[in-house]
Ligand binder design. Sequence first.
Ligand code: ADP
Length: 533
Amino acid sequence: MTIPGLMQPTPLTLDLVFRRMQETFADGRVIDAEGETTYGQVAERILRLARVLTDELGVRPGDRVATFGFNSIRHFELYFAVPLVGAILHTVNVRLFDEQIAWIINHAEDRVLFVDAELLEQVRGLVAKLSTVERVVRMGAGAGEVLPAVDDHDALVDAAEPHDELPELDENSALGLCYTSGTTGDPKGVLSSHRGMVLHSLAACMADHIGIRESDVVFPVVPMFHAFAWGLPYAAPLTGAELVFHGSDSSPENLGRTIDEHGVTLSAGVPTIWKSLLPALRSGQLDAEALRLVFVGGAASPRPLIEAYDDLGIEYLQVWGMTETGPLACASRPRRRHAGLPRGELLDVRERTGTIFAGLEARITDEHGRPLPRDGAAVGELEVRGPWIASAYFGADADDRFNEGWLRTGDMAYMEPDGMFRIVDRAKDLVKSGGEWISSVELEGHLLAHPEVADAAVIGVPSRRWDERPVAVIVPEDPSAPPTLEQVRDFLLDRVAKWWLPDGLEIVDEIPKTSVGKLDKKVLRRRFDLVLD
Ligand code: ADP
């Protein structure tokens, strides 16, 4: 019931973002690997695509429409057209194994599948396993003969009239579906709501969060198939910032070229991306003159990386989030009390995970789910809640990740009295040694500061005496002269407690990474199946 005189109960739905892009920022550029257009022109195509979805492909409200593609304007069109007709955008991670992809699409019961032309070959081997997909649409030219029964995205859009009667949407209806990478067990689906995504976009724009402005040129390196490219395809048009998509080529050369050519001011990706761009930035081969901010999440950022970007005059902002948190939930901006700190201490602050976004709440709890004090020392599981946090997994039974309205993140953290927190490790990656824990993340950070270490991971290995002990796995800078265990321990000695020093050192050519570029410790643990004394 509405109370007379109360402010308007406008639903927080994606059409608010859409109309702003269409009416207020129509001249903003949207660029991808194939060319350039404007928000105004894209908006027109989105309305045509909406018509294609409802009239040509028979998509009804609540249906799932899957995308299987890299970052592109066509993908961006689907980011809007699908939710605007009341259907659910399901972005499928193209880097998973075929079995996982088929499992996810069947679990989501996707009815239509939009596929990048260059991925059709991969999909060909999959179609027989897909039980609910009725139509496949190819995004981009070429490779048509690989799968004969496909429609062409552009041809459909060009032939359609713009939709002129989009449904009124409920703010608590679903906008998108994204599965976690399934590092343990089956992947789990996270269903985002319109309300959650609109609030997430507004929050991301706040100055102390990411701080996105109309004058920005935003470049999400993070894929559109992973956690909605951290919400940037929605946050950018809301502010009027321009958007750049780079396609399938994530080589440092292509990323660098994209940044330079289009005057990118703000970009986002996992730490390994920013590490890969360092040599070109340092040598001056990559100019990146306009680049003012990179924001970096998905894994903790090593201190040397933060420092390196500081030295280059590019602000490096660490953020935290997960698929279940919408995805952005926290940014590591120093607070008022840190003003004037010397550089080293300020870096300590920026290495922390940060302060939870306005609109969300965070706490840490013990193993029984009881809140722990915010004293900067007690370490417990980080729990979060708020309008863009998952309340359950899609189509799954009750899960112990949900604790009386709070999401248990699986990350272990300590929290200061004013709510700033630092994740010390994922619960499953902490090394439990003699009843105490050792942070693998912190050890990795120190190892990466060693001049002869190019990449590093720390895993807990079973120990007869201590339960678990840390073993360092490193990629040496010079493979012909790798550092010894003694040298590594000496280096770490004045950085960590003595009992944290690794008991073993393994030299590898490469650290295995997951489909989204994180250290794959599961593979490492299997490879180094050791037992220590
Ligand atoms: P997945 O669980 O599929 O790997 P996500 O990409 O959602 O998927 O990963 C979320 C996890 O990434 C968090 O729970 C956390 O462990 C890690 N993470 C993300 N950002 C940070 C950060 N700034 N510091 C430490 N860990 C982070």
